[in-house]
Design a protein around this ligand. Structure first.
Ligand code: IPM
Ligand code: MG
Length: 368
């Protein structure tokens, strides 16, 4: 049975990096006999222009029917003034919510060849390998009540609600503990238990689950502000970080910059496994649509390529091919091939397509 994949190229540089994902899927089919059946749909601003919404019901249905979704990027300045529910980001939030993708895995890995691109000293980030597990379908992103209301006298009131339940906390913490067991066996749970009731509940529920099912894993707690500071002070103290939707949004951006380039980092968003063993999953680079360089063929496709590797590993059990892709990316970087975002002074950067082809050439070499 071929793996059914829905491709959502989206906006800006999205279609350009998606082309490199397709090149890689074709290689995997051709050279490794992994069969894919791909379909494409619109999301974000592109969907708004063509279909009037950032993700249509028909596209949501196709995403649900697929074994995995690959998303490139959404957004652009031309849609900045749309109401929230029509903005490109609404398509992304709808995909997360509709597919119940509650666990967002955001690795922050430093490639030795790029160590000079980090804004931190090489000795602080060398060998860095953090996995941030961000809760993705709850918290202040989706909590009710929300809205802006008129309260008279020319005053308005803006409200959002931070809310978590026991089961929401347990299911994402489970993902973090399970990952830790195949990594360095350490989880740091991050909240603001000193100020927020939802944070206190988070800490208590993570501790309860830990005591009951994961006592073999080393668990620590950290306040979110301290975590932001510790990520800069000594990032290698972390193995797996588990945190809520909003703190995870911010801390994962911070962690990504430790690695030197947003253009390098993939992500996976996972749902629960159903009775048939199927798990909803969406893979996307963590960089955005980069409207400033869109259409020029210069975007870095490596985060997209590494997202395909995550898909092979987490959705399809093809760990060997996932490893091969990651090794190929490393070799390409070691050989000095760079896109503009990661180029060092004096080196001529290559474009999106040339970078994609370089990874394929390296895979061919490894596969020979
Ligand atoms: C992310 C992004 C999104 C988020 C935006 C685009 C809605 O920043 O995936 O981290 O806030 O979750
Ligand atoms: Mg973000």
């Amino acid at each position: 049975m071929p793996h059914k994949i829905l491709l959502l190229p989206g906006d800006g540089i999205g279609p350009e990096v998606m082309a490199e994902a397709k090149r890689l899927l074709a290689w995997l089919a051709d050279r490794r006999g992994i069969a894919f059946e791909t379909e494409e749909a619109l999301i974000g601003g592109a969907a708004y222009e063509a279909e009037g919404v950032a993700l249509s019901d028909a596209s949501i249905a196709r995403a649900k029917a697929a074994d995995a979704v690959i998303l490139a990027a959404v957004g652009g300045p031309q849609w900045d003034n749309l109401p929230f529910h029509l903005r490109p980001e609404a398509g992304l939030l709808a995909a997360r919510k509709e597919l119940e993708l509650f666990a967002n895995l955001r690795p922050a890995i430093v490639f030795e060849a790029l160590i000079e691109s980090s804004s931190l000293k090489p000795d602080v980030v060398r060998g860095l390998d953090i996995m941030i597990v961000r809760e993705l379908t709850g918290g202040v992103y989706f909590g009710e009540p929300r809205g802006i209301t008129d309260i008279g006298n020319g005053q308005r009131r803006g409200v959002n609600t931070q809310v978590y339940t026991t089961s929401e906390i347990h299911r994402v913490a489970r993902v973090a503990f399970d990952l830790a067991r195949v990594r360095q066996n350490r989880v740091c749970s991050v909240e603001k238990a000193n100020v927020m009731e939802s944070g206190r509940l988070w800490r208590e529920e993570v501790a309860a689950l830990h005591a009951k099912e994961y006592a073999d894993v080393a668990l620590s707690n950290m306040l979110a502000d301290n975590c932001a500071m510790q990520l800069l002070r000594n990032p290698r103290q972390f193995d797996v970080i588990v945190t809520d939707n909003l703190f995870g949004d911010m801390l994962s951006d911070e962690a990504s910059m430790l690695t030197g380039s947003l253009g390098m980092l993939p992500s996976a968003s996972l749902g629960a496994t159903d009775a048939n063993g199927k798990r909803a999953a969406l893979y996307e680079p963590i960089h955005g649509s980069a409207p400033d360089i869109a259409g020029r063929g210069i975007a870095n496709p490596l985060a997209m390529i590494l997202s395909v590797a995550m898909m092979l590993r987490y959705s399809f059990g093809h760990g060997e091919e996932a490893d091969a892709i990651e090794t190929a990316v490393q070799s390409v970087l070691n050989s000095g091939i760079r896109t503009g975002d990661i180029a060092s002074p004096g080196h001529t950067p290559v474009g999106t397509k040339a970078m994609g082809e370089a990874v394929i050439a390296e895979l061919d070499r490894l596969n020979a």
